[in-house]
Design a protein around this ligand. Structure first.
Ligand code: MGD
Ligand code: MGD
Ligand code: SF4
Ligand code: MO
Length: 884
């Protein structure tokens, strides 16, 4: 009998409910949970492909010490001893944890309790520093607490939705789908997208403002000044519930209109239209994400946005408010347990002696950290200069995701003792660990997460953890016990959650926003049955509303919100030597450092290699052709990626995804180029505004290859590898060609000596083709050319699973061109049904001119809907081409 389990998607902060089904043969399939309030049954492409990421390839199955297999007892004893010895010799601040918004709340709670209450240092920071910390800091400055005032429903109820620094269509796809549906039902609703690039999200925008990098403070200051001249200011709200309006307004109004145009890079009519829309529309929600947070002025951007909502009293009422979209599945849970170095548990403040005393009494702990610990960038600098001598990294891959990633890698390598808890052995970070601890992953782990709208949901296990993998909370509690600390005898995640809920209610009485006291007595049965709920849920009271601040009630001592006076940062980082602004971010079908989404052939077929988006004129000026390779350089490092020339990109800036790393490409770890420059308030790195130079990469030969098994890193100046059905696919380039390509293939693809190649070399054109078969199975094929190789890629990849008993099909493969009866589907657009761009173009040419029509004909876009914007783009592109 198949077994179905209700759980939550482990990717983005939308926090969609998932029903996982395990069939008798062990096959796992997933579908959206129609009863989960976040998604009501929807899933995006990543969520739909979860079943394909559960294989054991590369899984760490038992603890390792110095690369050898070890038992849990030996490994945990060693970790406890090394941490205790280091603390005894050098003090509590000589050790650190670097954790993650992908931990469950229970894991996070234990990590924070151990570090702050028992080790007595606040040197625990998290990848949320790179993600949400400017929002946390902005909320705390404005509201006196890290409170997200609204709910997802507000996005549907609003008459104006502003999306700034958010590629919602790709990064929070289910909220995007809810927005698209709401706009379709109520066409009067307006959407404004503020982003230097024209992204897939801009597709539904009534107005796209291609803002100059970091022009946001100027823009929202300009908006505040504009509002104050008209009638949109809610004077009663401002007087009753806020402080500091006069100063913020004075600072905002010093900017002239021409200066505003200059700093935002926007035209007068665009600015007036945006200001007018905001002014006239009462129900406005401003959603923001990394284009706001990941900036040296990130916290000021957050407050510039909040200032406009406070000034108009548009906060905490249906369809109104500033809305920070959190990235990771448990970014919010991490904030609730106080997982950042400058926070304390349960939204209490480390700077506040009463809060410290309260938490210490609750924990009955021997000590409590008295000052904030090191924030991520400072933390790795302390590792580099030897102040931190023992480091435990859990559920994050800093060698890829931290700015100045080369220096971070060097610091980790030089650190006397590094523990890494991960699911995989092969990450760029795990390979430098002294002790590797195998963690249970999604589908195996058990606990809770909180999504962007403060909704707490259960992640439930439906698979046994493989090998000796164990939960992260268990690893932490075992080490704590071995360090002789009391208070870590948790028998289950339910125990931990109950303690966390009790602490949230402890001496609270409404003085703190985070209160889930209603769950303080929860036991295993209740925990197992828990349905998703939004906080606050204090004991004994049912809150009538789940929104905050409609009637004030802020968490500063006087109960008032603060306007924060913000001034635009005018530094232009570019220079003659580094004339371009590098912007970094995400693509639709990969998750961060690709450790999980990189396992899915379907997801990898959407975009199979690292790329840089460049404006056509910049490409011409730099001598870069479409599909050529580009070397990008900053004073910190270099990368080589494929050119994607597009007018969606503004002139002067380029965009590279953050995902590729040393496991998937030769040189595309883009954070190696990002300097460790941070926001002065939040400590969040400025990952979206980096000065770089770029030039064509001089390749004398380009290659495309497929292989049945994964090789070690190919000997090539450029390579990118992606999972394919039945094997792997490669993009390659060589500055100098190999002397013997057959030998190159034999070494790279580890081919048996007795397998002879089939193929040809055309010395006139420089083309070369080689294919290796074992019986009727294709082992590997290489296509080389002096220009970027033109082969029917998707079709070639499909040959890995085809039978090649017939010599004719072998020759067709070597030709790299399918017969007319089997056209190449082209790069995947719809990952749910594996529909390629060529198929969609053919359908458009055949008379389908709507997304719905394409859906009827090809199924594309009819499941998760994540590709609908791209399909519309292809239809428009075909129309434009036909009109030319
Ligand atoms: N597919 C996918 N989805 C994800 C993730 C993933 O890895 N893959 N990760 C999740 C996580 S952890 C996070 S944090 C979120 C991030 O979600 P988003 O923040 O939506 O994603 P990003 O692509 O990082 O950046 C958003 C946009 O900010 C724009 N931007 C750059 N500079 C500026 C600027 O100065 N001003 C403005 N207004 N905009 C600017 C960029 O051009 C980019 O399009 O996504 C989550 N969802
Ligand atoms: N240039 C640039 N850099 C960025 C960003 C950007 O936009 N631009 N975005 C930043 C942001 S917003 C984020 S959130 C970070 C994300 O960056 P990371 O957190 O470094 O990325 P992930 O790939 O999600 O790393 C998660 C790791 O945990 C492992 N893992 C998965 N599940 C579990 C588990 O249950 N337990 C344990 N112990 N391990 C597990 C995975 O195998 C993987 O190695 O990147 C940041 N870096
Ligand atoms: S939107 Fe997609 S990635 Fe995000 S939680 Fe939902 S299914 Fe998962
Ligand atoms: Mo993030």
């Amino acid at each position: 009998m198949p077994v179905e389990t209700k759980t939550t998607c482990p990717y983005c902060g939308v926090g969609c409910g998932v029903i996982a089904r395990v069939d008798d043969d062990g096959a796992v399939s997933v579908r959206g949970d129609p009863e989960h309030p976040a998604n009501l049954g929807r899933l995006c492409s990543k969520g739909s492909a979860l079943g394909e990421t559960l294989d054991l390839d590369g899984r760490l199955l038992h603890p390792e010490i110095g690369g050898r297999r070890a038992g849990w007892n030996e490994a945990l004893d060693l970790v406890a001893r090394r941490f205790a010895d280091t603390i005894a010799e050098h003090g509590p601040d000589s050790v650190a944890f670097y954790v993650s918004g992908q931990l469950l709340t229970e894991d996070y709670y234990v990590a924070n309790k151990l570090m702050k209450g028992f080790i007595g240092s606040a040197n625990i920071d998290t990848n949320s520093r790179l993600c949400m910390s400017s929002s946390v800091a902005g909320h705390r400055r404005a509201f006196g607490a890290d409170t997200v005032p609204g709910t997802y429903e507000d996005i549907e109820l609003a008459d104006l939705v502003i999306l700034t620094g958010s590629n919602l269509a790709w990064c929070h796809p289910v909220i995007y789908q809810r927005l698209v549906a709401a706009k379709a039902a109520r066409p009067g609703m307006k959407v404004v997208v503020i982003d230097p690039r024209r992204t897939m999200t801009s597709d539904i925008a009534d107005l796209h403002l291609a803002i100059r990098p970091d022009g946001d403070v100027a823009l929202f200051n300009g908006l505040l000044a504009h509002l104050a001249k008209g009638t949109a200011i809610d004077e009663n709200y401002v007087a009753a519930h806020t402080a500091g309006f006069a100063d913020a307004f004075a600072a905002a109004s010093t900017m002239t209109f021409p200066a505003l145009m200059e700093r935002t890079g926007l035209g007068a009519s665009e600015l007036r239209r945006f200001f007018g829309l905001f002014e006239r529309t009462e129900k406005v929600v401003t959603c923001y994400s990394q284009g706001v947070n990941q900036s040296s002025s990130g916290t000021d951007k957050v407050n510039a946005i909040i200032n406009c909502h406070l000034a108009t009293g548009r906060i905490g009422r249906p369809g109104m408010g500033p809305f920070s979209l959190t990235g990771q599945p448990n970014a919010m849970g991490g904030r609730e347990v106080g997982g950042l170095a400058n926070m304390l548990a349960a939204h209490m403040a480390i700077e506040n002696p009463e809060d410290r005393d309260r938490v210490q009494r609750f924990w009955s702990s021997p000590t409590i950290a008295t000052r904030p610990g090191l924030k991520a960038v400072d933390l790795f600098q302390a590792v580099a200069d030897g102040r931190v001598k023992a480091l435990w990294i859990m559920a994050t891959n800093p060698v890829v995701s931290m700015p100045d990633a080369g220096a971070v890698e060097a610091a980790i390598k030089a650190c006397p003792f590094v523990v890494v808890s991960d699911m995989l052995t092969t990450t760029d970070t795990a390979r430098h660990a002294h002790v590797l601890l195998p963690s249970a992953g999604w589908g195996e782990k058990d606990g809770t997460v909180t999504n962007s709208e403060r909704r707490i949901s259960r992640q439930r296990p439906f698979l046994a953890a493989p090998g000796e993998a164990r939960a992260d909370w268990w690893q932490l509690a075992e080490v704590a016990r071995r360090m002789d600390f009391p208070g870590f005898d948790f028998a289950s995640p339910a125990d931990i959650f109950a303690e966390h809920a009790r602490l949230s209610a402890f001496e609270n009485d409404g003085s703190r926003d985070f209160d889930i006291g209603a769950h303080a007595g929860i036991a295993s049965a209740g925990y197992d049955a828990m349905v998703p709920f939004q906080w606050p849920q204090p004991a004994g009271k049912t809150k009538a509303t789940t929104r905050f601040f409609a009637k004030g009630g802020f968490y500063h001592p006087d109960g008032k919100a603060r306007f924060v006076t913000v001034v635009p940062d005018e530094t232009d980082r570019t220079s003659a030597a580094y004339p371009f602004t590098l912007n970094t971010g995400r693509i639709r079908d990969q998750w961060h450092t690709m450790t999980r989404t990189g396992k899915s052939a379907r997801l990898s077929a959407h975009i199979a290699e690292p790329f840089v988006e460049i404006h056509p004129r910049d490409a011409v000026d730099a001598g870069i052709g479409n599909a050529g390779l580009v070397e990008i350089e900053s004073p910190r490092g270099k990368a080589i990626v494929r050119a994607l020339v597009t007018e969606r990109q503004a002139r002067g800036s380029v965009f590279v995804p953050m995902h590729w790393n040393d496991q998937f490409a030769a040189k595309a770890r883009i954070d190696a180029l990002v300097p460790p420059l941070t926001d002065r308030v939040s400590g969040q790195p400025a990952s979206k505004n980096v000065a770089v130079a770029m030039r064509p990469f001089p390749a004398s030969a380009y290659g495309f290859a497929v292989a049945a098994s994964r090789p070690a890193a190919p000997a090539a100046d450029y390579w990118a590898i992606a999972k394919a059905e039945g094997g792997w696919r490669f993009e390659l380039a060589f500055a100098t060609p190999a002397k013997d390509w057959t030998a190159w293939c034999r070494t790279t693809f580890a081919l048996p000596d007795d397998v002879e190649p089939l193929g040809y070399a055309d010395h006139r054109t420089g083309d070369l083709r080689l294919a290796f078969f074992d019986g009727d199975r294709l082992l590997a094929a290489l296509f080389l050319a002096p220009e970027p190789v033109a082969v029917a890629r998707s079709w070639t990849v499909s040959q890995l699973t085809a039978a090649h008993g017939d010599l004719r099909t072998r020759f067709t493969l070597v030709a790299g061109r399918p017969g007319a009866d089997r056209p190449d589907p082209g790069a995947t657009v719809c990952s749910c049904f594996s529909v390629g761009v060529n198929q969609i173009v053919a359908a458009v040419r055949g008379g389908c001119h709507t997304v719905e029509g394409i859906g009827k004909e090809l199924n594309a876009g009819t499941n998760c809907g994540s590709c609908r914007a791209e399909i519309r783009g292809i239809i428009d592109g075909c129309r434009a081409a036909a009109a030319e």
